[in-house]
Design a protein around this ligand. Sequence first.
Ligand code: 5GP
Length: 184
Amino acid sequence: MIVVIAGPGGVGKDTISEALCAEDDRFVLSRSWTTRAPRAGEGPNAYTFVDRETFEGRIADKGFLEWAEYHGNLYGTPSPDPDDPRHLVLNIEIQGARQVLDHFSDDSFMILLEPPSETVLTQRLRSRGDDEQAVERRVAAAYAELSEGRTIADAVVINDDLTQAIGQVRRILEGRLSGGTPAL
Ligand code: 5GP
């Protein structure tokens, strides 16, 4: 199964999916490629950082499961190892989520993460070092992304309390894997 964890930047996708994959070895987190420059304080493993030419070369080679342009930078999920039996977890924005759900409709599942409020989202974006202009641009885009996301998501989780949100994501996925109704 491909697990899509989607939602606007700053909503907590990375923290939640890293926790999920660290605690449960049935899941593996995909490492995306991006043409964005690394942020101050961002680890070298956050992404595979490449220039636009290298990224476009991989598009031409059909080396991405999905890719999208977001606020002027390219982001993409490299095609996974077909022999890896684990469920692949993607932290991606809504355009990419839509591509995955369209192409793998029987084998994908999307959880939309929402911030509890605009104030909290703004604080989270500021605290990770985005400059003020980027924060304003991203907050402005976030609500359009969320309303589009709600139309395609299989489940929605509000990331107010991190521990609770991780628990909810885990229970939803457990429900999906066992073929039952997710217990929220
Ligand atoms: P950021 O620049 O904040 O790291 O990421 C910007 C947005 O791109 C976030 O919503 C993030 O989840 C999304 N993103 C990260 N990797 C990918 C990817 O491989 N594909 C797509 N479509 N979006 C991605």
